[in-house]
Design a protein around this ligand. Sequence first.
Ligand code: 25A
Ligand code: L14
Length: 338
Amino acid sequence: MKEYHVAVVGATGAVGNVMVKVLEQRNFPVRRLTLLASERSIGKTLEFKGESLPVEVLNDGSFAGIDIGLFSAGGAVSQRYAPVAAASGCVVIDNTSAFRMDPEVPLVVPEVNPEQIGMHRAKGIIANPNCSTIQMVVVLKPIHDAAVIKRVIVSTYQSVSGTGKEAIEELILQTRALLSGGKTEAKVYPHRIAFNCLPHIDVFLENGYSKEEMKMIHETRKILNDQSIRVTATTVRVPVFYGHSESVNIETERKITVEETREILARAPGVTVVDSIKENKYPLPIDAEGKDDTFVGRIREDESIENGINMWIVSDNLRKGAALNAVQIAEVLARDYL
Ligand code: 25A
Ligand code: L14
């Protein structure tokens, strides 16, 4: 079997750390692993297959001889370095929003549109979608194939780990301060996140939506390859460490029952149905943490319209929402193209 020289850019971040773990757990054919980050990470090491690897400073020469680059160091780093990496023959799998809507860059969830991976030849870049979009489309795809989804209304309940390490730290510090009668400080988010909900993820745009909400709309259409699907979103930050939850309402062209929806989802790759209200069983972020699948439950008919279904979708945002999806893309790339 062929083995690859892989680089993780942003290796010391919340997503980068999980990328290294997932490469090991899935036994990806790594010949050599290079860990890259900014000067701030110099002197740090990460464990990979029982070995302690040093973190190196990212620069223009970092990609010589590297086959696959997993990027998660923010949009600005990807804008600057993904083209540099691609020019030296490295295929970039980029976790930021920098290239997702570029018509020459495939936007891929392997369970949904693996055939798009071949398009990496155009720019040497494959984009990993937004975390909230990934977990929604793995569930929507098999329903869309069976009954044609016309409209989606989604509200999200997103954990702080999506923002990175500093946000995880901020929720810990604020919670501790509040429980011991101290004062809180908000640095990462514009308001206190502990014991609160913020209807604000990423930046606000001219149209009154947040960028996270618009990403869900545009990326869903691109991944499902259907510009006619109408999508509207409200994205909310909640004081949860790991795992994003979503209330999703869909309207389909053909009527499907709750039973049929359950059967379709029970067969869907990467999806686990957890739906037994008699036993108080439904997906929870604390159960999804560390797991690979996307969990769906509370499946019920929307009685306010003819063909409507409501459901509750939960997944680990650092795994399927980011690192795992990126490594799954790398697996298809290695198997079919490299
Ligand atoms: O632009 P975007 O796409 O919106 O992304 C913004 C941020 O979101 C996270 C990620 O944060 C990213 O920076 N992110 C992106 N996509 C995500 C996704 N799909 C996502 N999160 C979830 N889901 P992060 O904290 O997880 O990761 C940051 C990593 O990027 C490295 N990095 C940053 N700038 C870099 C760079 N690497 C190379 N060149 C650059 N110019 C960063 O490394 C980290 O690995 P680091 O060395 O900067 O930080 C390592 C340690 O330093 C601490 N630290 C961070 N910032 C500061 C700092 N210390 C002092 N001062 C600072 N300003 C960190 O705590 C870390 O431990
Ligand atoms: O990948 O939760 O576009 O703050 C950027 C915002 C990931 C989540 C992306 C957050 C998102 C992140």
